[in-house]
Design a protein around this ligand. Structure first.
Ligand SMILES: *[C@@H]1O[C@H](CO)[C@@H](O)[C@H](O)[C@H]1NC(C)=O
Ligand SMILES: *[C@@H]1O[C@H](CO)[C@@H](O)[C@H](O)[C@H]1NC(C)=O
Ligand SMILES: *[C@@H]1O[C@H](CO)[C@@H](O)[C@H](O)[C@H]1NC(C)=O
Ligand SMILES: *[C@@H]1O[C@H](CO)[C@@H](O)[C@H](O)[C@H]1NC(C)=O
Ligand SMILES: *[C@@H]1O[C@H](CO)[C@@H](O)[C@H](O)[C@H]1NC(C)=O
Ligand SMILES: *[C@@H]1O[C@H](CO)[C@@H](O)[C@H](O)[C@H]1NC(C)=O
Ligand SMILES: *[C@@H]1O[C@H](CO)[C@@H](O)[C@H](O)[C@H]1NC(C)=O
Ligand SMILES: *[C@@H]1O[C@H](CO)[C@@H](O)[C@H](O)[C@H]1NC(C)=O
Ligand SMILES: *[C@@H]1O[C@H](CO)[C@@H](O)[C@H](O)[C@H]1NC(C)=O
Ligand SMILES: *[C@@H]1O[C@H](CO)[C@@H](O)[C@H](O)[C@H]1NC(C)=O
Ligand SMILES: *[C@H]1O[C@@H](CO)[C@H](O)[C@@H](O)[C@@H]1NC(C)=O
Length: 385
């Protein structure tokens, strides 16, 4: 009865391996070497700390640069350049199963100098290349967080945000956190990296086609609104705009320029969506529609391009972060302030500025994140075809 038990212990002791990982190197490279390994239950992974001041900290696939609740953490291990290799500290992780283990260095966390954001991450038993939880996807998510942290740090302090035209100060944009998720929908499994804002929906589509959300554009008695004027929508949802009598559009803008088409600040090219004009005669009963697919959870701002409509408050938002200063109401007030007939004299919710300012705040961190997200979504859509 005892003999098989001893046999088992011996077998596992013989097969257990010790796997050495270098944490940085004598050139202060921000990397673990090797970056990704496979290990069997019972194996020991020994991390060797090299000069500078690093950590071996467990994270999760969804949050590559954050301590996983209950996860392991070596703490900071400062090593002088004069310390001999044999005297450098180590940290050992015992592998208990074949589940993936995600690791990062937490030095300078949440700053533009984040080691994790520079790609200093490591994985044990991650998915194979091409699979949703591959090391490549994990490291790219960490690098995206680093890029976002750098972009955020370049944004001016709150007091200097101004509208792109006119003379109004505006609330600072919300700071998104980049999240990575593995999404399963039927037989499709993929990863997505997305900007998460407080109150924004998650990246999980309700189905491969999403929900349809109906929005009335205009309405009886010369109604100059979108109804509802703010919606929450998940990726793959469709917003179906139903055009009422008159001649409206739904055209994408930005918070800082509420009544102008969204453009690329560098090239001046229009990059946003627009329905174009939908003239609807007074006796119409069958109202034309125009649909927009939602690709991510970042805030989307839009307006009606018909003369005078935007300035009277005919604006629309998807997934605006209502816990930030950039709420739907603030956006609508800004449109009225900048394009309304009473703009120059009306009491604005924002202080108007008289000093010459650069008005160059359109290069928001959002646009950096947004471009990235669009690219990832495009890749996702492509992979599903
Ligand atoms: C450090 O960099 C030098 C020069 O690029 C290279 O020759 C050397 O192999 C590197 N050392 C390590 C430990 O990577
Ligand atoms: C190592 O880094 C941590 C976090 O930045 C810091 O608090 C600590 O003082 C550093 N240790 C040394 C010896 O530089
Ligand atoms: C393996 O199990 C031991 C004992 O429960 C635990 O201390 C250790 O943290 C586990 N390893 C990992 C990677 O979770
Ligand atoms: C809003 O005002 C700006 C600046 O005067 C102007 O360029 C823009 O065309 C206006 N937008 C609309 C929809 O009237
Ligand atoms: C704007 O255009 C430049 C040059 O083509 C491009 O590199 C950049 O990614 C664009 N930005 C956005 C937000 O589309
Ligand atoms: C709709 O409005 C646009 C812009 O004002 C105008 O060019 C177009 O002629 C209008 N269409 C109709 C049928 O009134
Ligand atoms: C709608 O009214 C216009 C004139 O205002 C008329 O020319 C047109 O025939 C009417 N259409 C329908 C479907 O009744
Ligand atoms: C989502 O992507 C599609 C296809 O690229 C594009 O036509 C659409 O305008 C995008 N939606 C938004 C809200 O940008
Ligand atoms: C509005 O401002 C203009 C100058 O910008 C001024 O001439 C006009 O008297 C003001 N109107 C009111 C009602 O204050
Ligand atoms: C607006 O101006 C008043 C008086 O100059 C100042 O006390 C207040 O802080 C300003 N508000 C903002 C949001 O800048
Ligand atoms: C347009 O007007 C607003 C108020 O100004 C109402 O809240 C909306 O319900 C109305 N929309 C429609 C389609 O009539």
């Amino acid at each position: 009865m005892f003999i098989p038990f001893i046999g088992l212990v011996l077998a596992s002791a013989i097969s257990a391996a010790v796997i050495d990982i270098q944490v940085s190197d004598d050139n202060a490279t921000l990397a673990f070497t090797p970056e990704a390994i496979a290990a069997n239950p019972g194996d020991q992974v020994v991390y060797h700390f090299n000069p500078k001041n690093h950590t071996v900290t467990q994270s999760s696939f969804a949050g590559p640069c954050s301590l996983k609740p209950g996860g392991f953490d070596s703490g900071f291990q400062p090593v002088g350049t004069d310390v001999a290799t044999a005297d450098r500290p180590t940290f050992t992780v015992n592998v208990n199963d074949t589940q993936p283990i995600w690791v990062f260095c937490k030095q300078a966390s949440n700053t533009p100098n984040s080691h994790c954001g520079a790609g200093m991450v490591h994985a044990i038993n991650c998915g194979a290349d091409g699979s949703p939880n591959s090391f490549t996807n994990f490291k790219n998510a960490a690098l995206a967080i680093g890029a976002q942290l750098k972009a955020n740090s370049q944004s001016p302090p709150t007091s200097t945000w101004t509208a792109d035209y006119g003379t109004a100060t505006i609330p600072a944009p919300p700071t998104p956190s980049l999240m990575t998720d593995t999404i399963t929908l039927g037989n499709d499994v993929w990863t997505t990296t997305y900007s998460s804002y407080p109150g924004s929906p998650g990246p999980t589509p309700v189905s491969s086609t999403g929900n349809t959300i109906e929005v009335i554009v205009g309405g009886p008695n010369g109604n100059l609104s979108f109804t509802p004027s703010r919606v929450s929508a998940s990726p793959r949802d469709t917003i179906k705009f139903v055009f009422q009598v008159k001649n409206h559009t739904v055209t994408q803008s930005s918070f800082a320029a509420p009544c102008l088409p969204l453009t690329n600040k560098t090239t001046g090219q229009r990059i946003g969506f627009s329905s174009g004009f939908f003239p609807v005669a007074a006796n119409t009963t069958d109202f034309p529609t125009w649909s927009l697919t939602i690709n991510d959870t970042s805030p989307i701002w839009a307006y009606c391009g018909q003369a005078g409509h935007c300035g009277s408050g005919m604006v629309f938002a998807v997934n605006s972060d209502e816990s930030s200063g950039q709420t739907f109401a603030a956006f609508q007030n800004l449109a009225k302030t900048l394009n309304g007939t009473t703009s120059s004299n009306s009491t604005s919710p924002y202080n108007t500025t008289t000093s010459g300012n650069t008005g160059n705040n359109g290069a928001t961190p959002n646009s950096v994140g947004g471009g990235l997200i669009v690219a990832l979504i495009a890749a996702l859509v492509g992979s599903l075809l």
